[in-house]
Ligand binder design. Structure first.
Ligand SMILES: NC(=O)c1ccc[n+]([C@@H]2O[C@H](COP(=O)([O-])OP(=O)(O)OC[C@H]3O[C@@H](n4cnc5c(N)ncnc54)[C@H](OP(=O)(O)O)[C@@H]3O)[C@@H](O)[C@H]2O)c1
Length: 256
């Protein structure tokens, strides 16, 4: 991916990893549009960095994705990078399943990127060079038993990303997967932002940007911390990693 002279849309760009990426890409001279449901979250991000552009979007609503895709392409005709970063993560007890909650996770983490990508592909494919970057997770590769639907959406998005890349191989659109480790954001609540087991957000963004810089043809962005999860199956350490995550998940479930 070329790291400059882009117009970049980042879903969930008002907070956490999305906001970190927004600031990092803006610092490299790109035009950056952040999108999310909460106007307040977007306002906080633009107050801190007034050069960011912000637009509201709910990726779970097909009509809103349609409206948004039309508006963003009209306001930013040079738009050439879509970062599907918006996501939600919830602890679930499978013996007392809240199916509405399950559907919301799938609608956000899986249908959201599929819908928005479908809506914007015609626009992106007209650009001389374009990128779709899907944000999955190390949990796509070794699940955290406490969050079954979340893991499943990320595994599905990983698989979808492979097919998307293959189908678009003869177009101007490259497809990249970002695979974060456990990072200090508010994805699961306030406690995560200060959990010492999670990677500091700034360090995660710095490592990610370094890989994108050093490996412009990278298809997957795997920083050192997440490599043990990404490659567990190949390295024969899957059971060990799964056991380790399950113990961590029991702790999360006990202290959500
Ligand atoms: N932090 C980690 O440990 C970690 C690890 C692996 C992968 N990830 C992935 O990284 C991505 C970013 O998460 P994060 O950790 O930065 O957490 P975060 O700060 O909670 O960011 C999630 C963002 O998604 C947006 N969002 C949620 N539902 C949405 C919807 N229906 N429509 C539009 N935007 C929506 C939220 O904004 P609104 O609420 O305003 O809509 C928020 O800005 C997620 O895909 C997550 O799964 C995170």
């Amino acid at each position: 991916m070329q790291l400059h002279d882009n117009t970049i849309l980042i879903t969930g760009g008002g907070s956490g990893i999305g906001r970190g990426l927004a600031d990092a890409f803006h610092a490299l001279g790109n035009t950056v549009v952040i999108a999310g449901r909460s106007q307040r979250t977007l306002d906080e991000a633009t107050a801190a960095n007034p050069d960011l552009h912000a637009m509201t979007l709910d990726v779970t609503e097909p009509a809103d994705v349609h409206r948004f895709a039309h508006e963003v392409a009209e306001r930013f005709p040079a738009l050439n990078v879509l970062i599907n970063n918006a996501g939600v993560m919830r602890i679930e007890d499978v013996t007392r399943h809240d199916l509405a909650g399950v559907e919301a996770i799938i609608a956000t983490n899986l249908l959201g990127p599929i819908r928005l990508t479908a809506a914007l592909i015609p626009h992106l494919a007209q650009q001389p060079r374009a990128t779709v970057m899907n944000v999955t997770s190390g949990l796509a590769f070794v699940p955290l038993a406490a969050t079954p639907t979340y893991n499943a959406t990320k595994a599905a998005l990983h698989s979808y990303t492979l097919s998307l890349r293959e189908q678009l191989r003869d177009t101007s659109v490259e497809v990249i997967e970002l695979v974060p480790p456990y990072v200090q954001t508010r994805l699961t609540g306030e406690h995560q932002a200060t959990d010492p087991r999670a990677m500091p957000l700034d360090a995660y963004i710095a490592d990610t940007m370094a890989i994108l810089h050093d490996h412009p043809d990278a298809k997957e962005v795997i920083i050192e911390r997440v490599a043990p999860l990404r490659h567990a199956e190949v390295h024969g350490t899957f059971d060990e990693m799964f056991g380790h995550l399950s113990a961590m998940g029991r702790e999360f479930s006990a202290n959500p």
